[in-house]
Design a protein around this ligand. Structure first.
Ligand SMILES: Cc1cc2nc3c(=O)[nH]c(=O)nc-3n(C[C@H](O)[C@H](O)[C@H](O)COP(=O)(O)OP(=O)(O)OC[C@H]3O[C@@H](n4cnc5c(N)ncnc54)[C@H](O)[C@@H]3O)c2cc1C
Length: 420
């Protein structure tokens, strides 16, 4: 059964609701993409810009998965970079870690996508080791001549900047930012369609048949294509070869009622996105209409807004007691695909079947890089894809059957590590 969007702030504030017809009958395409999140839509848009006939088959709605319900934080870098560093030179890695930002900025401008894109980001330190890590990041930005403002802030300046004294210090980076992810995804989908791509919603892919060309099959139709790109991320359960290479982590977000001017001035006058470096992390920012969007991971498998609000609001008030009495208007969750070594999983399960998934919570930027890598690979250019494909996946045996206990164990493991 196709599912509607989750009850998020984003779904309640879309510029346009999508209504693409389901796949019916047998179709032909140059490329068939499975999944209409950022990975699938970025791939389709890049291919459409390059003149390919692309069909995107989505089980639910455009942006229904993590892409339409995330924190909206535009974060530079790729999860698990220390592994990637062994596979390619620093210059290419540096170029890749910011490539998604460039693609997003270009598309927002070129296609006039209204998605509240704003720049300004603060990594906040809970422990002394976080400050040392930020100093390393700072030094790397300096070595590469990063051309946006970036600065280490001490405890006092951090408190002045974001109105809470719980952090030891922070790294300000005006090259990162935040946006309305569902409006970005829907806007990019519209751009792809205007360039000739076809999108099917409410069309779950049941299998991929292998023949002289791969055939993507739903209950009511099929698309036969020269190449298939699997972009179903943590929600994709079709291809056995991809099972167990990511562990799913659930993260939840609340959106409060809009803050008044005084409250905004007291919690986030510079309108920054803020994130701590823990694995079981907290991330927050203001929406365009000044709601406090606060996200954190919970070992919880439901979607009851009152449970989520009951868990998150006390965490938010611990940081910002001055918001005591604030109401929560929206609460929702989603699943993040996390490979054990955290490096995004990009590669091929057959010469004509590619996949991209598992961004470990750094997906807004990296999905757009992945879309470009998928489009390059379709055209036979594999240089950047092979850097990712060269890193072997670690599998979780039985992850399909024991999904919930494994997630609980994984989160517990990381909670303990965060405390060290
Ligand atoms: C709560 C939350 C907060 C996050 N916050 C941030 C953040 O602030 N910054 C950041 O960079 N990243 C964040 N992330 C991670 C980021 O959202 C993801 O990495 C990214 O959106 C993944 O995009 P995707 O297109 O690969 O997958 P998804 O967006 O999950 O899309 C997959 C799509 O495939 C479809 N699909 C699956 N199986 C099938 C099938 N069989 N047939 C057809 N369609 C199928 C699904 O319906 C879905 O629409 C967050 C994630 C979550 C859940």
């Amino acid at each position: 059964m196709p599912l509607p969007h989750t009850g998020s702030y984003y779904a309640a504030t879309v510029n346009e609701a999508t209504d693409y017809a389901p796949l019916r009958g047998d179709r032909q395409a140059d490329v068939c993409v499975i999944g209409a999140g950022f990975t699938g839509i970025a791939t389709a848009l890049t291919l459409a810009e390059r003149g390919y006939n692309v069909h995107v088959v989505e089980a639910n709605k455009v942006g229904w998965g993590a892409s339409g319900r995330n924190g909206g934080q535009l974060i530079g870098g790729i999860a698990g970079e220390k592994h990637l560093r062994k596979m390619c030179d620093e210059k290419l890695l540096w170029q890749m870690r910011w490539r998604g930002h460039e693609i997003i900025a270009e598309r927002v401008a070129k296609y006039g996508i209204a998605c509240d894109l704003k720049y300004g980001y603060l990594d906040v330190a809970i422990k002394p080791r976080h400050l040392r890590e930020f100093q390393d990041d700072f030094d790397r930005l300096a070595r590469h001549g990063f051309d946006h403002e970036y600065r280490m802030l001490d405890r006092e300046e951090t408190c002045e900047t974001i109105g809470t004294d719980v952090y030891l210090g922070s790294l300000l980076n005006m090259g990162n930012g935040h946006l309305h992810p569902l409006n970005l995804c829907i806007g990019e989908a519209r751009a792809a369609v205007e360039l000739g791509a076809t999108i099917y919603e409410d069309s779950e892919v049941l299998r991929i048949e292998r023949g002289s060309k791969p055939k993507v099959v739903t209950a009511a139709g099929s698309v036969t294509a020269d190449s298939v790109v699997i972009a179903g991320n943590a929600y994709h359960l079709v291809e056995p070869q991809l099972r167990g290479i990511m562990f799913p982590v659930n993260s939840f977000i609340i959106a409060t009622e809009p803050l008044d001017e005084q409250q905004v001035a007291s919690v986030n006058p510079r309108d920054l996105a803020i994130c701590d470096p823990n694995f079981v992390l907290q991330y927050y920012r203001l929406s365009a209409d000044k709601r406090f969007l606060f996200g954190a991971r919970i070992n919880y498998f439901g979607d009851d807004p009152s449970y989520i609000a009951g868990h998150h609001l006390p965490l938010l008030l611990r940081l910002y007691p001055q918001l005591q009495g604030i109401k929560v208007d929206f609460a929702w969750g989603g699943t993040i695909g996390v490979p054990l070594h955290r490096v995004p999983r990009l590669g091929r399960i057959a010469p004509d079947i590619l996949y991209a998934q598992g961004y470990s919570g750094h997906g807004v930027n990296v999905t757009h890089l992945a879309g470009e890598l998928m489009a390059d690979a379709v055209a036979g250019t594999l240089e950047r894809l092979d850097i990712f494909a060269g890193i072997k996946s670690t599998r979780f045996p039985g992850s399909h059957t024991f999904r919930k206990p494994l997630v609980a164990l994984g989160v517990l493991y990381h909670q303990v590590r965060d405390k060290l």
